[in-house]
Write a protein that binds this ligand. Structure first.
Ligand SMILES: [Zn+2]
Length: 162
């Protein structure tokens, strides 16, 4: 990946580096995600990559989740055909919980891409500094609406009926 030798980059510096390599900005956004889904989500827009991560995780777990998603970005896994079609529906105000589970549940799949992302994420994790201080990630205006809609999914998500 051509990370500069020596000092351990922070997650923020890692994103800047990956963004420079891909010529697409990479943004991390922590937010409240629906409980039924995974803890992390990579959303690729026309010009940028967003890594959304559950904000209620303990920092070490949250970093792991973010690194896994960055692993997908670095490997350039192709999520867009499914995501772009479904995500636009996912992000609509009125939601079908089954759809949310289906779209977000893809992340739990045991595919080659998942294993690759996990491996790359943990390799990167060994290169970067540990998460000492909880950073506050600024949400770019473009992502604000997506972030708000994703967070709003948490409330209407029905609990499993007995
Ligand atoms: Zn994954």
């Amino acid at each position: 990946m051509g990370l500069p030798p020596g000092g351990k980059p922070t997650l923020g510096e890692l994103c800047a580096h990956v963004g420079a390599l891909r010529r697409r900005e990479v943004h991390i956004v922590t937010l409240t995600l629906p409980s039924a889904g995974p803890h992390g989500l990579w959303v690729a827009t026309e010009t940028r990559d967003y890594v959304f991560a559950e904000e209620r995780l303990v920092p070490v777990h949250q970093q792991q989740v973010i690194l896994h998603e960055i692993g997908h970005v670095v490997c350039d896994h192709d999520t867009s055909p499914v995501l772009s079609a479904d995500a636009s529906r996912l992000l609509m105000p009125s939601l079908d919980p089954a759809l949310v589970r289906r779209v977000m549940g893809r992340e739990h799949g045991d595919s080659e891409a998942e294993r690759e992302a996990e491996l790359v994420g943990s390799l990167i994790g060994g290169l970067i500094g540990t998460w000492n201080v909880q950073p506050t990630w600024s949400v770019p205006p473009e992502a604000r609406e997506i972030a708000e809609r994703l967070s709003s999914l948490e409330a209407p998500m029905p609990r499993d009926r007995a």
